[in-house]
Design a protein around this ligand. Structure first.
Ligand SMILES: *Cc1c(COP(=O)(O)O)cnc(C)c1O
Length: 399
């Protein structure tokens, strides 16, 4: 094998082939921009998949992490650290949309682990024989064996059977089908994304979550919302469920929580959280000081700049500009989590991946969660000029 391109053959050859080789290697980033190994500059409209909401190399975050790195990195969860309760308090207040929500938090290292915690919590709260989790087709909840089964994409399950049992799927947005499947004697929880991110940025139909909440209340089933991609301001509110006026029993977050530092969290109403006893769940790294220093600085900074209002304003500008492009037939999503759907009748349908690759070579980082959808998730601090520049690059690529 000849090493014709450093990043495609040389570097990727050492990694398991779980991702397609990429034609660039980024070495530096500032705000909404990335620099590759050849010194070329890019606009980052993916944010590491809705992670770096405050942009790259944010000075406040860098300072917080550096200070903590010089102070204390890790102590294990056998003893308390001073930072994780502070992050939990901020998170609880954001779940309550500015008022303490009165819940408790478990810290993990990723989104999948946050969902694993939610699933274990729901099973223990459900009690014997009441362990099923109902989630939606086209959903994404992670890559561990349990969260893979919760992920409603049967083709992803096949090579890894048998998967842990106790998972069922219903069409997203179909309340009648959920009502048929949600047997209160066997179902512990309903697990949903308010907007299906990996599924192509597909929002729940208006009123669906309210109806799901009512159904869950009637049957004593927990409502778990996976806000790993949507949470912490991206959709224009602190959590997407705030726009629906529902309060879930359990909420999972990760992605943007540490602005790129690996950290995830599972928030639960106090009565539910208190079903766990010492020894029921744990993590060596979860909530450790270094990760929490990043999360605390991130949550404080997101509040200081009123991130949801930034996402709403920039999101509206981006959405309108995208909708005006002839190659784009529709724009889904809210705030700065948008899916631009390529014109299904024209020559663009099913060419989202190609468009994303061309955009990358033209200096714009995007991705294509599905064959006909381009996902745009820029940092929430993106400027109007950067929005306009990104849309003009995309317009050229699609022309
Ligand atoms: C990314 C994502 C996950 C998985 O998070 P990891 O940190 O990759 O484990 C789970 N749910 C949703 C909605 C996500 O977007």
């Amino acid at each position: 094998m000849s090493a014709t391109h450093a990043s495609e053959d040389g570097l990727s050859a050492l990694l398991m082939p779980t991702y397609a080789p990429a034609p660039v290697c980024f070495v530096e980033g500032h705000g909404s921009r990335l620099i590759d190994s050849e010194g070329r500059s890019y606009l980052d409209f993916l944010s590491g998949i809705a992670v770096t909401s405050l942009g790259h190399s944010h000075p406040v975050l860098a300072e917080a992490v550096c200070e903590q790195a010089r102070r204390l990195w890790h102590v294990s969860n056998l003893v308390t650290n001073e930072l994780s309760p502070k992050v939990a308090a901020e998170l609880d207040r954001l779940v309550g949309n500015g008022q303490p929500a009165g819940g408790r938090v478990f810290f993990a290292n990723s989104g999948a682990e946050a969902n694993e915690c939610a699933i274990k919590l729901a099973r223990k709260a459900g009690g014997h024989n009441r362990y099923e989790v109902v989630s939606a087709y086209n959903s994404f909840h992670g890559r561990t064996l349990a969260t893979l089964h919760a992920t409603g994409q049967p083709e992803k399950h096949e090579p890894f059977q048998p998967l842990p049992e106790g998972f069922r799927h219903v069409p997203f947005g179909d309340i009648a089908e959920l009502a048929r499947v949600a047997d209160p004697t066997t179902v512990a929880a309903v697990l949903l994304e308010p907007i299906q991110g990996e599924g192509g940025v597909v929002p729940a139909p208006a009123g669906y979550l309210t109806e799901v909440r009512r159904l869950c209340d009637e049957r004593g089933i927990l409502l778990v919302l996976d806000e790993i991609q949507t949470g912490l301001g991206r959709t224009g509110s602190w959590f997407a469920f705030h726009e629906e006026g529902v309060l879930p029993d359990v909420v999972t977050v990760a992605k943007s929580l540490g602005n790129g530092m690996p950290i995830g969290a599972c928030w639960a109403r106090r009565e539910i959280a208190d079903v766990f006893a010492p020894g029921d769940h744990g993590s060596t790294f979860g909530g450790q000081p270094l990760a929490c220093s990043a999360a605390l600085a991130t949550l404080l900074e997101l509040q200081r700049i009123d991130a949801p209002s930034l996402a709403r304003a920039a999101g509206e500008r981006l959405r309108n500009a995208l909708a005006a492009l002839p190659a784009i037939s529709g724009v889904r999503g809210r705030g700065l989590l948008l899916g631009a759907v390529l014109d299904a009748d024209g020559r663009h349908a099913h060419r989202a991946r190609e468009a994303v690759r061309s955009a990358l070579l033209a200096g714009l980082v995007l991705n294509a969660p599905t064959a006909d959808t381009i996902r745009l998730a820029p940092p929430l601090i993106v400027s109007e000029d950067e929005v306009d520049e990104a849309v003009s690059i995309l317009a050229e690529v699609l022309a």
